[in-house]
Ligand binder design. Structure first.
Ligand SMILES: *[C@@H]1O[C@H](CO)[C@@H](O)[C@H](O)[C@H]1NC(C)=O
Ligand SMILES: *[C@@H]1O[C@H](CO)[C@@H](O)[C@H](O)[C@H]1NC(C)=O
Ligand SMILES: *[C@@H]1O[C@H](CO)[C@@H](O)[C@H](O)[C@H]1NC(C)=O
Length: 217
């Protein structure tokens, strides 16, 4: 029975194959095929030209991804009591920079978490804003935390920080940035900022150990 089925199938296929071969040998190409070939060629050339335009535009405009960075900070207050409550105040200066000479940039969805030893201290936010061509805008945050409950281990860590005269806070967050690239439209990116802000508890000064600047995605 299976061999019978097979034969039936072959008979069914044979005429189709023969017809295809005939078309190939006839030498006549249907005008629609010519039209399709011409259209394909035009589209291919268009794609190449568009690619060149984008590339030249990129080279001329030289777009730079807007960045956010922490330029300065200060530890205004740090106090911990025996009950394990931490009281602190920090001033943090975040700068949104648009290095594009020919394009406005917009920053939005700005959210940064400030934490100490995994314990969240504050959420820093800002409404959306524009940064004109080749300029920057700074956001000054004054973060106050009245009574952050610490675990015994975190309390020990604070004591250690006083002794070493170095304390670190973690800043993590992101912002959305959008800017125009020539007439071709706008580009959107997420700026991700993640760094540790270190201070001397004795005088509150910020330790500029490394530049805290956003990475884009
Ligand atoms: C961008 O600004 C810097 C200083 O703020 C200036 O030196 C530079 O010439 C400016 N570039 C353009 C293209 O305007
Ligand atoms: C900030 O922390 C909260 C809770 O810990 C979390 O839900 C939120 O996603 C964090 N936000 C950012 C921008 O990391
Ligand atoms: C703060 O104290 C540190 C260490 O004691 C010192 O290196 C730094 O210069 C001081 N900063 C200011 C502004 O006094």
């Amino acid at each position: 029975m299976p061999s019978h089925d097979h034969v039936a199938e072959r008979q069914h296929h044979r005429p189709i194959r023969r017809r295809l071969v005939n078309t190939h040998h006839s030498g006549k190409t249907h005008p629609l095929i010519w039209l399709a070939a011409i259209l394909c060629t035009i589209i291919a050339i268009g794609v190449v030209i568009a690619g060149i335009v984008v590339f030249v535009g990129y080279m001329v405009i030289h777009p730079r991804i807007p960045v956010m960075s922490i330029t300065n900070a200060h530890l205004d207050l740090l106090s911990n009591d025996y009950a394990g409550l931490l009281q602190t105040q920090l001033t943090i200066i975040v700068v949104a920079q648009n290095g594009n000479a020919k394009a406005h940039a917009t920053f939005s969805d700005i959210r940064f978490n400030l934490s100490y030893q995994g314990q969240r201290i504050a959420l820093m936010r800002a409404p959306p804003f524009d940064v004109p061509k080749n300029s920057s805008k700074s956001l000054n945050y004054v973060v106050r935390a009245a009574s952050i409950p610490l675990t015994p281990q975190q309390m020990e860590e604070v004591d250690e920080s006083w002794k070493r005269d170095v304390i670190g806070f973690d800043l993590k967050g992101s912002a959305r940035t959008r800017w125009r690239v020539g007439p071709l439209g706008s580009v959107k990116f997420w700026c991700n900022l993640e760094c540790q802000l270190k201070f001397h508890p004795s005088n509150g000064s910020y330790i500029h150990h490394s530049r805290c600047t956003s990475k884009s995605k």
